[in-house]
Design a protein around this ligand. Structure first.
Ligand code: DP6
Length: 311
């Protein structure tokens, strides 16, 4: 048996769209923060037949099945049991597939002596899910061309950050990221400009982080998020991942910014609001978001480490 753990990550420069689906090459570069406290813990064991257990329940997960078939085309793998647990809500925009695949790749490599080096691990994690290789590293990670191998980002110049997650719904999302990305690419008139402007956002974010400039990072991260949602909204049929509470949280964050708090927001393919702030104001940000009607839970997290094998 081998077990690995990984933390979910939240993109500040967003990934949406694929250049190539076979090896899951993103159409745009992306950059993320890795969370602490929230964990995916994945165990793999040789077994009589393949099975996947998610949070204690036998599951059919086509993403995992397809991934194992791709691995088996290159490597001998016995039938195996995958047992994965998250200590946070699954499939509600908190990127459990990222941490799940990062942990799975490490556990497979450890258990079956696949001989994957760091580059191969990042490559296989991306094949599993485009955001997964970013969970291999903390506290910040990036993935960009031409190799599309995720790498850590040096965040030492940045002030201590916190991420406040406001849960606004606990229902599972209806459109998966992969399906949504394919639809955006084939139907939105904004897809080309989205791709054409992504590199500039990535460079601005990297420069802001290297200079420890929170405000500059906030500006580019909010822009990348809003551009991604404009792309989603302009997809046919429209992809609307927000609910009214998400919007109320965004308004509250704007007010907090006007009050001088160092905070900015991001939203992924789900209705949860993630507020990134300096650690000293995390309590105030959490209290403000908690006071909003429709906010079900608020989690205050720090930035966390990369994925690792634990047993
Ligand atoms: C909105 O990594 O889940 O969270 O590669 O199809 O598995 P696949 O997509 P996935 O997409 C994440 C999209 C996002 C933005 C991001 O994390 O960059």
């Amino acid at each position: 048996m081998s077990r690995a753990i990984a933390h979910p990550n939240i993109a500040l420069v967003k990934y949406w769209g694929k250049a190539e689906t076979a090896s899951n090459i993103p159409a745009v570069p992306s950059l993320s923060v890795t969370l602490d406290t929230f964990i995916s813990e994945t165990e793999v064991t040789a077994a009589k037949t393949d099975s996947v257990v998610l949070d204690g329940r036998v599951a059919t997960d086509s993403k995992i099945t397809d991934f194992l078939a791709t691995v088996r085309a290159k490597h001998e793998l016995p039938p195996l049991r995958i047992d994965s647990r998250n200590n946070f809500p699954t499939a509600a925009g908190l990127a459990s597939s990222a941490s799940g695949f990062a942990a799975l790749v490490l556990a497979l490599n450890a258990e079956f002596d696949l001989g994957w080096d760091d580059v191969a691990i990042a490559d296989w994690a991306r094949i599993g899910s485009g955001s997964a290789p970013r969970s291999l590293f903390g506290p910040m990670a990036q993935i960009n061309g031409p190799d599309w191998i995720a790498k850590p980002v040096d965040a030492t110049a940045m002030p201590e950050l916190a991420v406040v997650v406001a849960i606004t719904s606990k229902t599972r999302k209806t459109t998966s990221s992969s399906a949504g990305m394919a639809a955006s690419k084939s139907t939105s008139p904004y897809f080309e400009p989205w791709v054409a402007t992504a590199e500039a956002d990535m460079n601005a974010a990297r420069q802001a982080i290297a200079a420890g400039n929170f405000d500059a990072l906030a500006t580019v991260a909010e822009h990348s998020c809003m551009k991604m949602h404009a792309l989603m909204l302009s997809t046919r049929p429209s992809l609307r991942y927000w609910n009214p509470t998400t919007l109320a949280c965004l308004d509250a964050a704007s007010e907090m910014q006007q009050d001088g708090l160092r905070v900015f927001c991001t939203v992924d393919a789900g209705p949860q609001l993630k507020a990134i702030c300096t650690e000293d104001v995390a309590g105030a940000v959490a209290a403000r978001l908690e006071s909003i009607d429709g906010v079900l839970d608020v989690h205050v997290l720090g930035l966390g480490p990369g994925a690792r094998v634990v047993a």
